[in-house]
Design a binder for this molecule. Structure first.
Ligand SMILES: Cc1ncc(COP(=O)(O)OP(=O)(O)O)c(N)n1
Ligand SMILES: Cc1nc(C(=O)O)sc1CCOP(=O)(O)O
Ligand SMILES: [Mg+2]
Length: 240
């Protein structure tokens, strides 16, 4: 079964060297996947292509050493060229996450093929209208945010027409999840304290940078996120 068919985005870590307080991102990924994180996106905005390839190689090796290559999805943020280079070099990268100003999803699908995982995010206040007019065929999941202001992505929630931040409310996320036929993950300042509310919106998962990569103990932080989400999901199932 391909990673695309087996995709689990419930517990999703986004990480780059600029987020780890000087620690090795590969070691943090190792702790996170051991605790149950099942999707990892390399978002290394200040790194060269070569540096991202080296990170991907280290993370793919760690995932393989834990015998999780069929369960943990490894994605590259923004850089279709780097994802293709990784594949060419025999590094198991499963796909890309792109946004509105990145390479179009159709082009990513064309080059990466039918088994690849492609995530997409749109920076818009009007998510529902936007998504209803979007061709979802090449896309496996939607990244939606920010839920809260975040220093990790300075432009998150700012859309150019005014200088006010726009946060996606839980009510808005719930409506979006009900109206969207592909899974949604929510991020932007997300911590363990948000997870019960997020489960109740019906989204497929959460994504975090700081809550794991900036934690004093990334393994423990990952464990707390994973178990809190799982407990809330069980509670939600018992309501139906
Ligand atoms: C899972 C997830 N969701 C949203 C984003 C944001 O992507 P984008 O809008 O392209 O912004 P940058 O991350 O490239 O700054 C994401 N990376 N991951
Ligand atoms: C990568 C990213 N995308 C966002 C969006 O709103 O689309 S917010 C974000 C960064 C999230 O980092 P943290 O968990 O440290 O707040
Ligand atoms: Mg992007």
């Amino acid at each position: 079964m391909s990673m695309r068919e087996n995709l689990n985005i419930s517990h999703y870590l986004v990480i780059g060297p600029e987020n780890t307080l000087g620690r090795d991102p590969v070691a943090i990924v190792d702790q996170a996947i051991t605790a149950g994180i099942r999707c990892v996106q390399i978002r290394a905005k200040e790194s060269s292509a070569q540096e991202i390839i080296t990170l991907a190689k280290g993370m793919a090796q760690t995932i393989a050493q834990r015998h999780l290559s069929d369960q943990v999805c490894l994605l590259i943020n923004d850089r279709l060229d780097v994802a293709l280079a990784c594949r060419d070099l025999g590094i198991k990268v499963d796909g890309v996450h792109v946004g509105q100003s990145d390479v179009p999803v159709e082009v990513c699908r064309h080059y990466l093929g039918p088994d690849a995982v492609i995530g997409f995010s749109a920076a818009t206040k009007e998510m529902l209208t936007y998504v209803q007019n979007l061709d979802l065929a090449p896309i496996d999941y939607l990244g939606v945010g920010p839920l809260h202001p975040t220093a990790t992505k300075a432009d998150a929630g700012y859309y150019g027409d005014d200088d006010k931040i726009h946060l996606h409310s839980l009510a808005e996320i719930k409506t979006l999840a009900a109206a969207t036929p592909i899974p949604i993950v929510v991020g932007g300042g997300v911590t363990v304290a948000d997870l019960t509310d997020l489960v109740a919106t019906g989204v497929a998962g959460y994504f975090v940078v700081s809550a794991i990569a900036g934690a004093q103990d990334p393994g423990q932080a990952s464990h707390d996120l994973v178990t809190t989400w799982q407990a809330a999901s069980k509670g939600e199932d018992s309501h139906v």
